[in-house]
Design a protein around this ligand. Structure first.
Ligand code: NAP
Length: 248
C-alpha cells in the first residue's frame, strides 16, 4: 500500500501550521513535493513554511491563505494554485476542530455541534469541490481526509470498547459524516483515477486534545503519507489506520 508515486507532486495540506498537518507537510516535503500549507492565520502559515524551508527537504514549502470555513478564502486558494501550478496532485483535508466539553449528547449545545461541522464536514466538502478541477488534471490525484476512530459506528456501538465512553457528539459524528462523504466522493471519482480515503492518525499529542495523546504528531502523519502515496491499483473509499482497515 505504501509504494511511492514518482515525480514532484503539488500537495495541499489544510491546517498545516501545527500538529499533525505540519508533520504531514514536513514528510511530503522530504519526499520532494511542493507543499502548500493551507493556513487560516497568515503569520502562522508563513512561520511554518519558513521553519519547513529551513529543514532539509527535497521539495519546497509555500504558505497559502486558506480558511476552510470561508468560501471566498477557498476560492482564492484554488485560483492561486491554478495560477502558480495549474494542477493539484494531493489534497490532505487535515484541518479539524473539537470545541465541545466532554459531556453526554443530551447536554451538548447545538451551536457547538454546528461549529464543529462547519470545519470538519462542510469545510472538507467545500475545499474538495473547489480543488477537484485541479486534481482532475493530475496523473494520480489523491485525496486524504483526516478522520478518527471515534467516527467508527462499529467501535462506538460496542459498550465495552473505550471509544463508546468518549462523549463528543459534534466531533464524533462530524468524523462519521466525513467518512460517509469520503466514500461518496470515492464512488464518484473511481473512474477518474483519483483516490479518496479516510485515515486515522491514532491518539496523537496535539493542541486539539490538550496534548493528552500518546503518539507523536510525526507518527500521526504517517497514515496520510501512506494514503497520499497509494499506487494506481491502491484502495479508494476506505478507512485506514497504520495497521490497516478500520471498521466503519
Ligand atoms: P491541532 O494541533 O489542533 O491542529 C489543527 C489544525 O487545523 C491547526 O493548524 C488549525 O489552525 C487548523 N484549522 C482549524 N480550523 C481551521 C480552518 N477553519 N481553516 C483552516 N485551518 C483550520 O490538531 P491535530 O491533532 O493536528 O488535528 C489534525 C487533524 O487530525 C484533525 O482533523 C483532527 O480531527 C484529526 N485527528 C486528530 C487526532 C489526535 O489525536 N490529535 C486523532 C484523530 C484525528 P489554527 O492554528 O489557526 O487553529
Amino acid at each position: 500500500m505504501a509504494a511511492q508515486i514518482a515525480g514532484a507532486r503539488i500537495a495541499l495540506v489544510t491546517g498545516a501550521n501545527k500538529g499533525i498537518g505540519y508533520e504531514i507537510a514536513r514528510a511530503l516535503l522530504e519526499q520532494g513535493s511542493v507543499v502548500l500549507l493551507g493556513c487560516r492565520d497568515r503569520n502562522k502559515g508563513r512561520s511554518a513554511a519558513e521553519r519547513l524551508a529551513a529543514a532539509r527537504g527535497a521539495g519546497s514549502a509555500v504558505a497559502l491563505d486558506l480558511d476552510v470555513t470561508r468560501p471566498s478564502s477557498i476560492a482564492a486558494a484554488a485560483r492561486d494554485i491554478e495560477a502558480m501550478y495549474g494542477r493539484l496532485d494531493t489534497l490532505v483535508n487535515n484541518a479539524g476542530i473539537s470545541v465541545e466539553p466532554r459531556a453526554p449528547p443530551s447536554a451538548v449545545s447545538l451551536e457547538r455541534v454546528k461549529q464543529v461541522y462547519e470545519t470538519n464536514v462542510f469545510g472538507v466538502i467545500a475545499v474538495t469541490q473547489a480543488m477537484l478541477p485541479l486534481l482532475r488534471r493530475s496523473p494520480a490525484g489523491r485525496i486524504v481526509n483526516m478522520s478518527s476512530s471515534m467516527a467508527s459506528l462499529a467501535l462506538i456501538s460496542d459498550p465495552e470498547a473505550p471509544w463508546s465512553k468518549f462523549g463528543l457528539l459534534g466531533y464524533n459524528t462530524s468524523k462519521t459524516a466525513l467518512n460517509a462523504l469520503t466514500v461518496m466522493f470515492a464512488n464518484e471519482l473511481r473512474e477518474s483515477g483519483i483516490k479518496v480515503n479516510a485515515g486515522c492518525p491514532g491518539y496523537v499529542s496535539t493542541d486539539i486534545n490538550g496534548h493528552s495523546g500518546y503518539r507523536s504528531a510525526a507518527q500521526g502523519a504517517q497514515i496520510a503519507l501512506t494514503l497520499a502515496n497509494l499506487p494506481h491499483d491502491g484502495a479508494t473509499g476506505g478507512f485506514f489506520g497504520d495497521s490497516g482497515p478500520i471498521p466503519w
